[in-house]
Design a binder for this molecule. Structure first.
Ligand code: PEP
Ligand code: MN
Length: 450
């Protein structure tokens, strides 16, 4: 700590500060400048937090971090937290935690659990006790929901996370839940922080609605100093003047935290944005900025969800997001190193290699076919004027129309239309490239003639 004295400080005031430091068992080192005196302090500075109030003191600057256990001991230090067989943090794959905002029924939870597990989530979330802004909103099913979550863990093998709102409930949570979630509204509920600090279970500590990173890390420090080393931080958006999103997801918090703490970091784009359409892009952004995990709300019927339906992804939307995370290699392929779902094992295993071989074979033939189609489209382009837009829009429209009305296989009309749409776009790209090269060589020839 450095104490900067006022330029007008008297010798008596300087001596008074020095004495105060030494009386508290710390060491003081004076540096007397032309204009001011600066006093360096070594020792447990938490005991002299009153120094700024002494006469003659201008500023007190803290040099060491106030969160001893949460802070980095050396640059790049990282911690890994183990939740049953899932690792998060240091060197482990990004962990997707997904599930409903609130557990509403056995059917809703099981359906969602199976879906998110199949798509590659590693941890199941589900609120049992909901800290709602209004006392008239759905408050959660309470203890029965914890039992349903434990049942879902049995079925899917996924560890579960759920929010604890009352220190008195920690014991019941320990019995049923793998990660104790401390919600944004409770980030500075110090009694709760101490209670989860005494637990053996990992804690997911959400950032408070209007908390600074320092306050958040000090909240983590409460848990760590109470004896629980397994704290995971979760950025879930903060209150700003912006109203277009439910909160402002502070993704810069991720690299800032990286430079200050070794604890694993999760990003929650659901509460961070409040809108379903924004969850995917911000989940990808969270992964890109280096989050160790994502927390995502998923519901079988978001329009009729009892809480946070607006920000919950439907199953197909969650599937598409997981596909994108896999494509960008933020998460591994499903089944790659993951145990299959218990009930699905016998059905899926039979003859699967055989089927995959046929699909590979078909992909080769499809590639040949689309190339053949592109060669014909190129031939059409060669025979028409490169200076005018010559696509036969009517035939393209007819083709898409046919796709959208006569789908007979497992693909829906929408999916079949997606395929033809991609084929048409690629084909136009081939034709456009040819037309441009003809025009360019004509221009070059004209230039030479001049
Ligand atoms: C939740 O994740 O269920 C939740 C209530 O989030 P937050 O505490 O971030 O609002
Ligand atoms: Mn929610």
């Amino acid at each position: 700590m450095i104490v900067v004295m006022r330029p007008t400080a008297t010798q008596e005031e300087i001596d008074g500060v020095r004495k105060n430091i030494e009386d508290n068992g710390l060491e003081a080192f004076l540096s007397v400048g032309e204009e001011r005196t600066v006093i360096g302090v070594v020792g447990d500075v938490d005991r002299i937090s009153h120094l700024g109030t002494l006469p003659g003191v201008d500023q007190v600057i803290r040099v060491s971090s106030p969160y001893k256990l949460a802070s980095l001991q050396e640059p790049g230090e990282r911690t890994r937290v183990r939740i049953r067989d899932v690792d998060i943090g240091l060197g482990s794959e990004m962990v997707v935690m997904a599930g409903p905002c609130a557990v509403e029924s056995r059917e809703q939870l099981m359906e969602t659990a199976r879906c998110v597990r199949r798509e590659g989530a590693r941890v199941l979330r589900g609120g049992a006790f909901k800290p709602r802004t209004s006392p008239y909103s759905f408050q959660g099913l309470g203890l029965p929901a914890l039992k349903l979550l434990a049942e879902a863990r049995e079925v899917t093998g996924m560890p579960i996370t759920s929010e604890v709102v009352d220190p008195a409930d920690v014991e019941a949570f320990e019995e049923h839940v793998d990660i104790l979630q401390v919600g944004a509204r409770n980030m500075q509920n110090f009694a709760l922080l101490k209670a989860v600090g005494q637990s053996r279970r990992p804690v997911l500590l959400k950032r408070g609605l209007s908390s600074t990173i320092e306050e958040w890390l000090l909240a983590a420090e409460y848990i760590l100093s109470a004896g629980n080393p397994n704290v995971i931080l979760c950025e879930r958006g903060i209150r700003t003047f912006e109203t277009a999103t439910r909160n402002t997801l502070d993704l810069s918090a991720v690299p800032v935290l990286r430079s200050r703490t070794h604890l694993p970091i999760v990003v929650d784009p659901s509460h961070g944005t409040g809108h379903r359409s924004l969850v995917g892009p911000m989940a990808l952004a969270g992964a890109a900025v280096g989050a160790d995990g994502l927390l995502i709300e998923v519901h079988p019927d978001p329009a009729n969800a009892r809480s946070d339906g607006d920000q919950s992804l439907a199953f197909d939307e969650f599937g598409a997001l997981m596909d994108e995370l896999r494509r960008l290699q933020f998460v591994r392929a499903v089944g790659d190193g993951l145990p299959p779902l218990p009930e699905e094992r016998p059905v899926v295993a039979a003859g699967i290699d055989d089927l995959r071989e046929r699909i590979d074979d078909m992909d080769t033939r499809l590639a040949d076919l689309v190339q053949e189609r592109a060669a014909l489209a190129l031939e059409v382009q060669r025979r028409r004027d490169p200076h005018v837009h010559g696509h036969d829009v009517r035939r393209e429209r007819d083709l898409l129309e046919r796709a959208s009305t006569s789908a007979t296989g497992p693909m829906t009309p929408v999916e079949l239309t997606m395929v033809f749409d991609a084929v048409l776009r690629a084909s136009r790209s081939v034709q456009r490239r040819h037309a441009q090269s003809v025009v360019r060589s004509e221009e070059a020839a004209a230039g030479n003639d001049r």
